[in-house]
Design a protein around this ligand. Sequence first.
Ligand SMILES: *Cc1c(COP(=O)(O)O)cnc(C)c1O
Length: 374
Amino acid sequence: MGPGPSNIHPRVLAAMAQPTIGHLDPAFIDLMDEIKVLLQYAFQTENAATFPLSAPGSAGMEACFANLVEPGDKVIVCQNGVFGGRMKENVERCGGIPVMVEDEWGCAVDLEKVEAALGTHPDAKILAFVHAETSTGVESDARALADLAIQHDCLTLVDTVTSLGGSPVLVDEWELDAVYSGSQKCLSCAPGLSPLTFSERALEKVKNRRSKVQSWFMDLNLIMGYWGKGRRRAYHHTAPVNALFGLHEALLMLREEGLENAWDRHLHNHLVLRDGLASLGIEFLVRKDWRLPQLNVVRVPEALNDASVRADLLKYYNLEIGGGLGPLAGDVWRIGLMGYSSRPENILLCVGALESMLKTCSALATVHKTLENQ
Ligand SMILES: *Cc1c(COP(=O)(O)O)cnc(C)c1O
């Protein structure tokens, strides 16, 4: 129940244990085609360029920037947590010019600030933002941000690593352009794959680049030779065959459950956890309408010590929760309810364990007080 990786369903683990076949085996090509269709469903898009990059979410981020940003391009980057900071790094390393729009950790990206930045920088080419900020448990309004980008003739570059499969990500309806995610959060697969989708507009920008994409491995033009249409696939790299068996199974399970049912399950379990924590006096960091159901960021109660509680949960309950990052380190916990981890029995385990720790604490405090008064 940390910020990822989440638990993996036994069906997905079993799929990964199948014998490895060649990355150009006709059976594997069929599986790749199915993965693409299933990912289009997960992203709610008809984008032809929809496939998993053979690398973790961070590489998905890097691939989007490496393909879209050319030297001298101005990119408006929204930062309201850890991952926006990494986007800035990526822009700089691609030779682009980042224009930062900053919001406090624990707040959503401020639409007015973004609109002002787009107005001040009419030459900006891209608006980059994190839909679900895993460092703070905040969801930003991707649809409204994309609307602003469209009004100002910018492409959108969107991080949906934590949102995909857990809350609505409507790539076509919101007209998002370059979108990346991760396998190990709400999709509940093994870490190490990054689903990507590129709109026609984004592909157009990649095709019309003045310079080659600096990264050979992440160059979309080359990757599509392997992941593209038809049965004639060219070797690009050896695909992580077994990891892709797992992704295929997890995406099948998502389709069986139904995307909307998965979103509902994440929301419902979040509300149950919220009520359980509230009964212990544990409060959320984030304002109600900005909360991510799949990542609950709550304040560490005064009576408890952050690090020792997390160590004890792991040691005695076999339960992992996340600590705070950056300015929030030591002050908050990040409790994940992602994918297969988003289940009632996990909520009971977590709330029960925290209740027992709070009780032990208050009992010890009473004993200490009595001893002191003797
Ligand atoms: C986890 C995460 C990433 C990075 O994914 P890795 O698979 O760890 O590289 C990027 N962005 C967000 C919002 C994340 O939660």
